[in-house]
Design a protein around this ligand. Structure first.
Ligand code: HEM
Length: 461
């Protein structure tokens, strides 16, 4: 409920008119991006909507995104949507809060330091090269479902790089299970009626089976490392799993329980591959539509890396245009398209005030296409990320990795992975749409995936 504040300078937050009982839910679930973009056109700073039985405040200004995520972050916790993800992810880094989250973040952070990332580049390149080999054997004229192949590559990279485990022979099964889990979370988030997991509906059963399948693999990874650690304690893989396994509470001396390890590993496993894969799929789609940008990108790779050498960590800083392309892809299609929070106490956004327990949405998709801040809001224009353009822009106009203390822990990992994969792929292949004028729309689920199959012709150059 909105409070009427006695101060004269407090204004009532504009409310978007909805339907009796359901509010704006139907419009939102039909096409969330279209609905939210409509709000952006009609309102200036903040608007109240009613979604799935709740008042939700959509924040449209980067100052307010900064306020929630950074300046006043202690007044916010993650909203209920994260709890649905928690059915699978448990109390890992993405979902945990307070001192517990701070401790876990401190423990995991060193695995993402620059020196560590330098070592992980080799794994990324090796996996990218395998994809090159696979695509090189594609029959001429037979389009490739690029999203599926890319998803397997990023999954393989994250498990090898952070947990030292090779899950290649299980990739298809894992990908399918993760798809079921994501769709379950999405449907649960957008429906009024939630049937508790204890009831054996087909949906609930499919979800549980998928969780068990992925959990089985995760427990195997943890168990095999525990065994190795108990017989050869001096071996140091210096990866994330090592850090988590060796971590001890300063006061009690206790290590992490299997449940906690499971939650952290599952979180990284999921957060660390789905988002990157989605961004890479959009990158190939946009390059297929923009051959001149693809040509410029290939030229940079040839100039910096050459024709025979494999790209590596040493090239990353010099692949500047490649980085601009990566950033522009995530501007148009931010994999984490919405970030939601709930207020712990009252707060205000300029002359607008919200109460305790207010749900607020920060929407990277809207901020990234705000005509007030981008020269070509809906076009693919990597020059948006020339250094001088970046300098003159509001820092929260572009937030694909969120912001403040809950900033994505894997942001540099993901950026490097995308730069290296793109460099390897564009050097070898031309990408074109499988059918002329094929338009692929985004499906705003837990991440912003391409809707349906993303079929591209992958032609060796
Ligand atoms: C293009 C790729 C990626 C995007 C767009 C992305 C986006 C995000 C965003 C927006 C958040 C903040 C969520 C919030 O504030 O509620 C986040 C958090 C997180 N991300 Fe990423 N991410 C990406 C890749 C990765 C990778 C590669 C990893 C790990 C290897 C990872 C692990 C995490 C974790 C663990 C968190 C929770 C951090 C915390 O709260 O301490 N992400 N990510």
């Amino acid at each position: 409920m909105n409070v009427i504040h006695p101060q004269l300078d407090i204004k009532e937050i504009p409310a978007h008119k909805g339907q009796f009982l359901v509010g704006n839910t139907l419009q939102f679930t039909r096409d969330p991006l279209q609905f939210l973009s409509g709000l952006q056109r009609q309102y200036e700073r903040i608007v109240k909507t009613r979604l799935v039985g709740r008042d939700i405040y959509v924040l449209l200004h980067p100052d307010d995104a900064k306020h929630v995520l950074q300046e006043n972050n202690r007044n916010y916790r993650k909203s209920e949507s994260y709890r649905v993800l928690g059915l699978f992810l448990g109390n890992g880094l993405l979902n945990s809060e307070g001192d517990f989250w701070r401790r876990q973040r401190r423990l995991a952070q060193p695995a993402f330091y620059k020196q560590r990332l330098a070592l992980l580049a080799e794994t990324m390149v090796a996996e990218g090269q395998e994809l090159v080999n696979r695509w090189s054997k594609t029959k001429a004229g037979k389009p490739v479902n690029v999203s599926v192949d890319i998803m397997e590559v990023t999954l393989s990279i994250v498990t090898k790089a952070l947990f030292g485990a090779d899950v290649k022979h299980q990739l298809r099964g894992i990908s399918e299970s993760l798809n079921t889990i994501i769709e379950f979370a999405n449907e649960t988030l957008t429906s009024f009626v939630r049937i508790p997991l204890r009831y054996p509906t087909p949906r609930n059963l499919a979800f549980k089976r998928s969780v068990q399948r992925v959990e089985g693999i995760i427990y195997e990874i943890i168990e095999s490392r525990r065994r190795e650690l108990s017989t050869q304690p001096d071996i140091d893989h210096e990866d994330l799993l090592d850090m988590l396994l060796r971590a001890h509470d300063e006061e009690t001396g206790e290590g992490m329980t299997d449940q906690q390890l499971r939650d952290e590993v599952t979180t990284i496993f999921m957060a660390g591959h789905e988002t990157t894969a989605v961004a890479m799929s959009w990158a190939l789609y946009l390059l297929a539509q923009n051959p001149e940008i693809a040509r410029q990108l290939r030229q940079e790779v040839l100039d910096v890396v050459g024709t025979t050498e494999l790209p590596g960590y040493g090239h990353v800083r010099e692949l500047k245009y490649t980085m601009q392309v990566v950033q522009e892809v995530m501007r148009l299609y931010p994999p984490a398209w919405v970030i939601s929070r709930r207020s712990l106490g009252p707060d205000s956004f300029g002359e607008y005030a919200v109460d305790t327990n207010a749900y607020v949405l920060v929407c990277p998709y809207l901020l990234h296409r705000d005509p007030a801040r981008w020269a070509f809001p809906n076009a693919f224009h990597p020059d948006h990320f020339l250094p001088e353009r970046i300098r003159e822009r509001h820092p929260y106009a572009y937030i694909p990795f969120g912001g403040g203390p809950r900033l994505c822990i894997g942001n540099n990992f993901a950026l490097m992975e995308m730069q290296l994969l793109l460099a390897i792929l564009v050097r070898q292949f031309d990408f074109s749409l499988a059918t002329a004028h094929q338009e692929v729309h985004p499906h705003a689920s837990v991440t912003l995936r391409p809707k349906g199959e993303l079929l591209l012709n992958v032609t060796p150059v």
